[in-house]
Each structure stands twice: as C-alpha cells, then as structure tokens.
Design a protein around this ligand. Structure first.
Ligand code: PMP
Length: 443
C-alpha cells in the first residue's frame, strides 16, 4: 500500500459464504462506522444544478462541484431540457404534482392515456400499462402473471425487484447462470420433456426473465439465443429493459432493435422511466389481452396512486424528442452521442489497464476493484478531484467482486470525458486497480 492509502482495511480471502456477512461487518468496524458513511467517500447528500442536464453534483457536505458519472441519465433528459421542461411545468400547473388517486379511482388523466399509447408504440407492442415506480412494476406484476404451479426461470444476476416479485409469486423459481443460454436450456430440459405440448407439461406456464443490459455488469443480454430457446421449449420471455430502453438501438428502442430481435417474440417488455427519460415510473408492454388482464388485477394499478402528471409529461416529451417529433434532430444526436461516448470511454479505460466489464454500446461500465477496502479509497480519491462515481459492493455484488460503476450520459462532452479519464487513471494508479498492462499511447 502506498502511504496515501494507509488506514484502508485489509482483506482476507477464501472464506465460506457463511462468514461473508461477518467479514463485511468487520470491515465496517475497521472504519468505526458503516462503510457507506466513511468520511468524504460518498456524495450522500447532493444538490443539483438545474441548468446542466444533471451533469454535475454539488456535495452539500463540501462545497465542490463534481462531474456526475453516477446517475442513470443516459440521454441527458434529467434536469433542464429545452423541449421537455417547459411542458412538464405546464402539466404541473394543469394537473398538479399528484393525482392523489389510483388509476381506477379518478387517477387516469388524458396524460396517462397518451403515455400508455406512446410507450406501446415506442417499444413495439400492442398495449402498455404504466405504474408509479419501476421497482414496483416488477415486484407487483410477476405475482399477477404467475403463481403456484408455474415455473419462473431467472438469470442469476437479475435485479432485486425481479427477485422480490419472483419470491412473492409463489411460483417455483429456478436460476440459470448469468447470461448463459446453454445453461438456460439445460435448466429447461431438466424441467420439461422436449416436444410435449404445453398442456402435458408439469407446469401451468413457464416464464424466463432476463434484463436488456445488466445493471451491475454492463452486459447486453444474449437475447436472440434466449428467445430461440424459449420458442423451442414454449416458455414466455419477460424482458426488463430498465437500462436499455432509450439507451441502445438505432432509434433508442432498446436491445430488440440493437440485436435484431422481433418484439413479437418477447412476450412481456418491462422498463423504467428513471434512466433514459429523466423521469419516474415504470411500464409493462405486451398483447392487448395481457395488459387488460394486468389492469384488472395488478395491485400497482388498482391500489397505488398513478404516475405523477409532470413525470408522465416528461416521458411523453422525451420520447417525442427521441423520435424527432419535436421537429429537431436532437434525439438522433443524443443517441449517436451516448453510443460514441460509451464506446470511447470504455476503450480508453481498457487501454489504461483497467478491468472493465460489459459490452460495446452499453453506457454502464463497471471498473473492477475486487478488494472491498478499495471501495472508499477509490470513491474518496475521485471525489477529491471532483469526479463523482458510484461504487457497488456486497450484497449487491459478491463480497470480493466490488466495483466502481460508471454511467455515461449523452450530456457528457468530450472534455468532460477526457478530464474524468485523467482523474480515474491517477486514482487507479494510487489505489492499485490497473490489473492489465497499459497500451502504449499513440502520440
Ligand atoms: N429493473 C432494473 C434492472 C433496475 O436496474 C432497476 C433500478 N435501477 C429497476 C428495475 C427499478 O427501477 P426504478 O429505479 O425506476 O424503480
């Protein structure tokens, strides 16, 4: 360890799962407080500048303006936007911040109807239902779609909202190795015999759940292969596009567009509005019959207050910009920029010798730290140089697979990215996380 890093906790390797939680607690003890409140290592309370598309965070504990590499602001629609913001303000005046009602008790405004039509059209499905929160979309929909006697096969790294929904459904849950179609097929084959008609199988229905881009891995789903396997075994496909809708694909329509999958082959398309659209809420899109069924039965539709009207208006406006319906080419430019920025940043990090997970085109870029003691070190040293990064650790990742997760935005300029790379490179040397030899720079 270099002198600057003295005081960061040491780490033991090779412990059984049982001890992991205790080890983590021990590491927290070393800091004398939970890791998440180690001094100066986190931007736990922030202010935002409303006029720079969420590009900077002002930490309230220390007056410093940091480049924001942490928010899921993929297209830069968060905070002010020349098309979206005035319209959201108008809708606030017209409809108020909240409908104070569920969708079925007077909480359906003209905006909610327009939003559902707009989302269905954007994702390429006949119908859609929107809810007030992305997390709740998964956790409330799954128990309505499947129950006892059903089989849910879930990617091992699916988001907690999916895990929660799967557990609450009462269905039998099986997990397949992360993003590994051959293992999915093995699990399916174990559960059913090939070629049997659906009615002869031991399961009332089978749903396979995957994500478009994995939020902790930055990886694109192996969707074409997974869809082909689901077709072969007559299983339904449920796709969570929280991190891919709006962020990838030629016109921002997500992984189906990017990977050439027909949306007719994905039965349930779920997503959130908190990433690419700079808003709040979640959606589920599917056939008219499925969506109607969900609207009659899903507690998130029946018993929860509907999406806030300004949030709904923000989403409608953002989709219009993406599709060029605002009369400009800003949407296309944002899509080109997020792709360019992501691919540039990823390849520069790799050239520097960092271990970066994920695929090209993905704006989610985990930089592996491994050692949990390096988590606050990395975060703090970046913050000192006014770059705000998110670090992810146990229990969101296995204990020894800690990482920093960079989220790239279309609102980052080339200068922003160059400055961030310079800082991350310096901090990477200091903390000791360049695990590969650097490529010689071309002058
Ligand atoms: N699904 C995935 C894959 C996510 O990563 C998240 C949150 N980041 C959610 C669902 C929940 O979405 P929200 O934060 O919009 O509630």
């Amino acid at each position: 360890q270099s002198g600057d890093l003295q005081g960061y906790a040491p780490i033991c390797l090779g412990l059984e799962d049982f001890y992991i939680r205790r080890l983590y607690n021990r590491i927290q003890d070393c800091f004398g407080r939970p890791i998440s409140s180690a001094p100066d290592a986190w931007f736990d309370v922030v202010e935002r500048y409303s006029n720079d598309n969420n590009k900077t965070l002002k930490r309230t504990t220390k007056i410093s303006r940091c480049l924001n590499l942490g928010s899921y602001n993929y297209l830069g629609f968060a905070a002010s936007d020349e098309y979206c913001t005035p319209r959201a303000i108008e809708s606030l005046k017209k409809f108020s911040p909240s409908t104070c009602s569920s969708r079925v008790d007077g909480g359906t405004t003209t905006l909610h109807k327009e939003l559902e039509e707009c989302v269905a059209n954007f994702v390429g499905k006949p119908d859609a239902m929107v809810t007030g929160m992305g997390y709740v979309t998964n956790s409330a929909i799954l128990p309505v779609l499947i129950g006892k006697g059903g089989l849910l096969i879930s990617d091992s790294l699916n988001h907690n909202s999916i895990v929660n929904g799967a557990r609450g459904s009462g269905a039998t849950v099986r997990v397949f190795q992360h993003n590994t179609p051959s293992h999915l097929e093995k699990v399916l084959r174990e559960q059913i015999s090939e070629g049997q008609p659906r009615t002869h199988r031991p399961w009332k229905k089978i749903i396979v759940i995957v994500e478009g881009i994995y939020s902790m891995e930055g990886e694109l789903c192996q969707l074409p292969e997974i869809v082909a396997i689901c077709k072969k075994y007559k299983a339904y496909v449920y796709l969570d596009e929280a991190h891919s809708i709006g962020a990838v694909g030629k016109t921002g329509r997500g992984v189906c567009e990017l990977l050439g999958v027909d949306t007719a082959d994905v039965d349930i398309m779920m997503g959130t509005f908190t990433k690419s659209f700079g808003s709040c809420g979640g959606y589920v899109a599917g056939s008219k019959e499925v969506i109607q069924y969900l609207k009659y039965t899903c507690p998130a539709h029946l018993y929860a207050t509907s999406v806030s009207p300004p949030a709904a208006q923000q989403i409608i406006s953002a989709i219009k910009v993406i599709l060029g319906e605002d009369g400009t080419s800003r949407g296309a430019q944002k899509l080109a920029r997020i792709r360019e920025n992501s691919n540039f940043f990823r390849s520069e990090l790799q050239k520097m010798g960092f271990e970066v997970l994920g695929d090209n085109d993905s704006p989610v870029m985990p930089i592996m730290l491994y050692n949990p003691a390096k988590i606050p070190a990395f975060s703090r040293e970046c913050l000192k140089q006014n770059v705000a990064v998110v670090t992810v650790a146990f229990p969101a990742t296995p204990l020894l697979l800690a990482r920093a997760r960079i989220c790239i935005s279309a609102s980052h300029t080339k200068d922003d990215l160059l400055r961030a790379l310079e800082v991350i490179s310096r901090v990477g040397d200091l903390v000791g996380i360049k695990y590969f030899p650097a490529e010689p720079s071309k002058q």
